[in-house]
Design a protein around this ligand. Structure first.
Ligand SMILES: [Fe+2]
Ligand SMILES: [Fe+2]
Length: 261
């Protein structure tokens, strides 16, 4: 295959989770980019394994961390987020034409980092005596991809700049819980993930501003409008302001975040 955007459909359609991650990592980042191509959506996006069972977000309770299974359930929940993140990054590549080449290369790199995150967590889960698929999960992340599939600006506002940015906020607390429960290895994996995720949110901020400028839109007011229209989850303090600043949120955006509580 000679176009990077078309090539991203390969792993996106794979159902088996470890195979999806491996195929993502195997994508050739040096492939040429046909930015103008309008690619028809094939059936079966995203490919997903039979397990985990997907249940309503609200029916999933935070696992108790005083048992090995509870710790594994939390690691599984993060692995599930990373699997979704692979699909979300690949989906941005093929679906939205007309962006500069650097845009597609950014999202391919992000997809490959997400595949590394998934693999680290899944391998760790195996050492805990469990595998990906052993616990229930939810589909909230891909639901947001569906809601924003007609507009790249909405996709970037709601996925990297909202859901992934919320991951920056959640990271210190989740890390403390896992390390507190004795899982130092999971803590070390979360350190790698947080470092990379700052880069993903930074890419989101960069391309969000690019699109706002191109369309003559005010970034702060437009975000509030898109968040309302696409039913963004309410963001709750504590915010990881240090990570959010490192990811390129400016003071006006951080002030808007603080005021929406
Ligand atoms: Fe990730
Ligand atoms: Fe990410």
């Amino acid at each position: 295959m000679s176009d990077l955007r078309l090539a991203t459909l390969g792993p996106l359609l794979i159902a088996d989770a470890p195979a999806k991650a491996a195929a993502t990592l195997a994508l050739d980042a040096a492939l040429p980019v046909d930015a103008a191509a309008v690619i028809d959506e094939p059936a079966g996006i995203p490919g997903r394994p039979q397990r985990p069972r997907l249940v309503a977000h609200t029916s999933l309770k935070p696992p108790p961390l005083n048992t090995p299974a509870g710790v594994a359930a939390l690691v599984h929940a993060i692995a599930h987020i990373e699997l979704n993140a692979i699909d979300l990054a690949l989906d941005i590549c093929w679906r939205f034409p007309g962006m500069p080449e650097a845009f597609y290369r950014d999202w391919l790199r992000i997809a490959q980092e997400e595949a590394t995150h998934f693999t680290l967590l899944r391998d760790h889960l195996l050492t805990l005596g469990f595998d990906y698929g052993d616990f229930d999960a939810h589909n909230a992340l891909w639901d947001m991809a569906e809601r924003t599939k007609h507009d790249l600006l909405a996709r970037i506002a709601l996925v990297p700049r909202t859901l992934e940015a919320r991951g920056l906020d959640a990271s210190p607390g989740v890390r403390a819980k896992l390390v507190g429960a004795g899982d130092r290895q999971a803590g070390a994996i979360l350190d790698v993930i947080l470092r990379d995720e700052i880069g993903h949110v930074a890419a989101g901020n960069r391309w969000y501003r690019f699109l706002c400028e191109q369309r003559g839109l005010d970034p702060v007011a437009t975000y509030a409008d898109l968040a309302r229209r696409h039913q963004a989850p309410r963001l709750r303090a504590p915010f990881n302001l240090e990570a959010r600043r490192a990811a390129g949120f400016d003071e006006a955006e951080l002030a808007a975040l603080a005021s929406q509580r």
